[in-house]
Design a protein around this ligand. Structure first.
Ligand code: ADP
Length: 542
């Protein structure tokens, strides 16, 4: 027997409708690409999104078409998302930090015909446009006065283009499983893979995100997503904030410590989300300027392991709660969050910070397991590592155009490519990416754990650990260190710093000092490149 409740399709356009009616005057504040701070409201964002949809339809955009955006977090980018998806088309975010050839490849793979682009990224687009034959219209996110000379196809200023449509438009209706957004993972191995979010997955992901045991958002929140909309679905914030009527503060192109600090205090931000490198810059700035964070209550930190020093500084010096989170584009992206539980409520001091190194628990809507290479489930004892697999209604079931099928199994598990352990309290800790874990004598050594400990040394600015071939053990760890300006740490001092904190056999066989460590477009250490640099390295233990 079927239940007799209404089938109310979970469409993303309903989120902005709700915000515009129930939180009409809630502020959306952006640092514009042109410079000044811009203020608008959810009611205005909705009106302009309706115009975007109507105007796009006149461009010939229809259900299922991909429309690209290469833009910072601003009100205009948000309007584009809602306008595109309200028409049944697919917002396709491009990460401008990728290599230009990769961006061109992605544009061709997605067959984008239209792109909304910020002034900042015009040079990138001008360079690659000739190799993207599908591209026929470039809408520059600015007004006529700021539009520079360009020979890009169909180039027009967004405000002029938008002025040609009114808001007399009804959101299109379709099945909730229709695609809403497309985001390619950075593809550190092989070509990037497209993750295709649906309207339903975005809505369910937002329900997951807003709950107290996740991001804990409400109409009282003033949220600043520093994480760009082009990175992993913008961590879902474009939907979760309007869903509850949280005010939005968006940093636009400026993500340095001083600019972020200015918005955090000037706009009384209570909640923010970003990768660790952003927070390191902010904390450094606050340190130098003796700044404070009077309004900030909570930060969600993920995308890479959050260094202990960051958690400690936020919590002890600035009174800000840190929620360490793990996720990936394929999980929309929230997968786990480390939030307080009665079982861990008594932890204090170093034990609390040990616990906060973990990436946390899955909220309802995400299931996880760890398995060995043969697919056998591993115990949740906080020690045994395994491949981390997840499933849920906001987890990918496949990639765009059917690539990467080997990541998905018949029981619906998606193999994340991460290695983790899970403790008795169901708290997960990432120990590595499967391809980065160091395999020594048949056992696994966590490169992340060694890196976290190494950056805790006062003379270390950044550290990476890679496996280097070893005739007896297969691989042994090599610690690569960028010293802090003016510091000259020694190998002996660094190894002594690790002693007692790790099993003896985890101790790196050698330490090398370098000026810089290579990074990916999403700010992660590029282990592949580092392994290439050190592929002929001879360990002193060989
Ligand atoms: P990309 O793969 O394009 O860089 P993603 O955001 O999808 O972008 O990256 C997801 C990966 O980032 C995860 O599979 C994991 O390896 C890593 N990651 C995310 N959050 C954390 C975290 N808190 N700790 C350690 N690694 C993390």
């Amino acid at each position: 027997m079927q239940g007799l409740m209404q089938h109310w399709p979970l469409l993303c356009s309903k989120v902005i409708d709700h915000a515009a009616i129930h939180h009409a005057r809630r502020e959306v504040v952006s640092r514009s690409v042109e410079g000044p701070i811009h203020r608008t409201t959810y009611a205005e964002i909705r009106q302009r999104s309706l115009r975007v949809a109507k105007r796009l339809e006149r461009e010939g955009v229809a259900l299922g078409d991909r429309v690209a955006t290469m833009a910072w977090n601003t009100w205009r980018h948000l309007e584009c998302w809602y306008g595109i998806l309200g028409l049944g088309a697919i917002y396709h975010t491009l990460n401008p930090r990728l290599f230009p050839e990769q961006i061109a490849w992605i544009l061709r793979d997605a067959e984008d015909e239209l792109i909304f682009v910020d002034l900042t990224f015009l040079p990138i687009l001008e360079a690659i446009a000739p190799s993207v034959p599908s591209l026929r219209k470039v809408i520059v996110l600015t007004d006529g006065a700021h539009l520079p000379e360009t020979n890009l196809p169909g180039a027009v200023a967004y405000e002029d283009w938008l002025a040609e449509a009114d808001e007399d438009f009804r959101w299109r209706e379709f099945d909730e499983t229709t695609a809403a957004g497309l985001c390619y993972t950075s593809g550190t191995t092989g070509n990037p893979k497209g993750v295709l979010f649906s309207h339903r997955s975005n809505i369910l992901h937002s329900f997951i995100a807003i709950q107290p045991n996740a991001m804990n958002l409400s109409s009282q929140s003033r949220a600043m997503p520093v994480v760009p909309l082009f990175h992993a679905n913008g961590w879902g914030i474009a939907f979760s904030c309007p869903m509850v009527g949280a005010a939005l503060v968006m940093p636009g192109p400026k993500m340095d410590g001083a600019s972020i600090a200015e918005l955090l205090t000037g706009e009384r931000v209570t909640f923010s989300a970003a990768v660790p490198t952003v927070w390191l810059m902010l904390l450094d700035h606050l340190d130098r300027t003796k700044g404070a964070l009077p309004d900030l209550e909570r930060v969600v930190i993920g995308g890479a392991a959050c260094p202990r020093v960051v958690t400690q500084a936020f919590e002890t010096r600035y009174g800000v709660e840190v929620v360490h989170a793990w996720g990936m584009t394929e999980t929309s992206p929230l997968g786990t969050l480390n939030v307080p539980k009665p079982e861990t409520a008594d932890l204090a001091g170093e034990a609390l910070f040990d616990h906060k190194q973990k990436q946390g628990q899955t909220p309802f809507g995400v299931e996880m397991t760890i398995t060995d290479d043969e697919g056998r489930a591993q115990p949740w004892d906080g020690e045994t590592f395994g491949r981390l697999k997840v499933r849920g209604p906001a987890v990918s079931s496949g990639y765009f155009r059917g690539v990467g099928a080997e990541c998905f199994d018949a029981e619906g598990w998606f193999d994340t490519g991460d290695v983790a352990h899970i403790d008795e309290n169901a708290t997960m800790q990432i120990t590595d990416r499967a391809k980065d874990v160091i395999k020594s004598g048949g056992e696994w050594i966590s490169s992340i754990e060694l890196e976290n400990l190494a950056v805790g040394h006062p003379d270390v600015a950044e550290a990476a650990v890679i496996g280097v071939p070893h005739p007896r053990w297969d691989e042994r760890p090599l610690l690569v260190v960028v010293p802090k300006d003016g510091a000259a740490p020694t190998k002996e001092a660094l190894l002594a710093h690790l002693e007692g904190k790790i099993a003896r056999w985890w101790t790196p066989d050698d330490v090398v000092f370098v000026e810089a460590i290579p990074h990916t477009a999403t700010g992660k250490i590029q282990k592949l490149e580092l392994r290439r640099q050190f592929k002929d390295y001879r360990l002193p233990t060989v």
